[in-house]
Design a protein around this ligand. Structure first.
Ligand code: NAD
Length: 357
């Protein structure tokens, strides 16, 4: 099995190195090949997603991605900015399902801004559709308003749209993922106001007929936002569109209070995927050896589970992460009194050690 390793910028190389050490400690035969991406891609080849990197990502069975971006590239034209590499990879690899777990290990309950009893032991999964919705719908732009109360004035406009195929395929991913968990799925929409999301609701309800063992609930997005901070543990799997998912998954991530802990996966129709931590390249702490590598290590665990069919190895990695937290080891971002502060590489080495049976 071939894994494309794309460390990227900022803390990317430091945290990916630790995840690679974990993969190499699993006694599995993985072929790992590394390529530049993001600002590093631009610096080496004049493009954030160089041809060789895209070719490697396409031929690999899975992609392990660090993070991209640095303020020094902010003045580049949009098409050459490091972040364009992510959009390019999503598009070229056909990645349409973004899976973001929000898990709060009991040892870290104090890191959340919510009361420990509300979030301790939280384990939910948000599935965000990535290819459709108002982010990509045409037409869009700024024009002179052709009608209405502001006729003749300049106006900005976008188009919200979802094709039936797009809704069906994300619904299947959501129901199948729920089947592997607590078998409860909440589909989040705005069917009371938006035609697009009434259609979404109708299609999700139709797909549900194929998954009678999963309990389906529909919820309006405003209520979902409220429930996420009121009683987040009530959810199991949430599925929603591109824009609502963008917002809700960040809110859910923050429930845990520790961005350095959250993995993510973006999957295509055949479960090939790109795996990356939910956080960015953290240029403010790059090169200092203090970044938390656990989100990247947990992303590698998701890769083992979803793309490489190695559920047992994924369990091993996740158990090792729990073990090091129980041992009281903490990088600076999750450090609190009474625990032991460790560096990026010390945390990675502790996870490797904890893998030993
Ligand atoms: P960020 O996630 O990089 O950092 C936000 C804060 O969290 C910073 O204080 C940072 O030090 C801290 N942090 C992030 N990851 C951490 C870790 N593993 N351990 C400890 N602390 C961590 O977000 P930002 O500052 O808004 O963006 C920085 C750059 O990252 C920008 O160029 C942005 O475009 C890019 N970015 C990239 C991705 C991606 O590659 N998928 C995602 C978001 C942002």
């Amino acid at each position: 099995m071939k894994i494309a390793i794309l460390p990227g910028d900022g803390i990317g190389p430091e945290i990916v190195e630790q995840a690679v050490n974990v993969l190499n400690a699993l006694d599995e035969k993985f072929e790992l090949e590394t390529a530049v991406v993001g600002g590093a891609g631009y610096a080496a080849h004049g493009h954030p997603l160089p041809d060789g990197t895209l070719k490697l990502a396409k031929e690999a069975d899975a992609v392990l991605f660090g993070a991209v971006g640095d303020y020094k590239y902010d003045s580049l034209e949009r098409a050459l900015r490091p972040e364009q590499a992510i959009l390019g990879l999503r598009k070229n690899l056909g990645l349409f399902a973004n899976l973001r777990p929000a898990i709060l290990y009991p040892e870290l309950a104090g890191a959340s801004t919510l009361k420990p009893e509300v979030v301790s032991g939280l384990d939910i999964l948000i599935i965000r559709e990535l290819t459709g919705d108002i982010y990509f719908g045409q037409p869009r732009g700024v024009r002179t308003s052709p009608d209405g109360a502001f006729k003749g004035e300049r106006e900005g406009f976008d188009t919200m749209r979802y094709a039936e195929t797009e809704i069906r395929r994300i619904a299947h991913v959501a129901f199948q993922t729920a089947q592997k968990r607590d078998k409860r799925l909440t589909s989040v929409d705005k069917a009371n106001v938006l035609e697009t999301f009434q259609f979404w609701r109708d299609i999700v309800t139709d797909v549900h007929q194929e998954y009678p063992d999963v309990a389906l609930e529909h919820m309006y997005v405003d209520n979902a936002a409220m429930q996420l901070v009121r009683a987040p543990k009530k959810f199991d799997v949430i599925v929603t569109g591109n824009m609502f998912g963008d917002i809700l998954s960040d809110a859910a991530a923050m429930l845990t209070g520790s961005i350095g802990m959250l993995p993510s996966a973006s999957l295509d129709a055949n479960n090939k995927g790109l795996y990356e931590p939910s956080h960015g390249s953290a240029p403010d702490i790059a090169g200092k050896g203090i970044a938390n590598p656990l989100a990247t290590i947990l992303s590698a665990a998701m890769m083992l589970r979803f793309s490489l069919n190695k559920a047992e190895q994924a369990d091993r990695v996740e158990a090792a992460v729990k073990k090091v937290l129980a041992q009281g080891l903490r990088t600076a971002d999750i450090f609190e009194a009474g625990t032991t502060k460790v560096s990026t590489s010390e945390m990675g080495a502790a996870v490797v050690k904890a893998l030993a049976k």
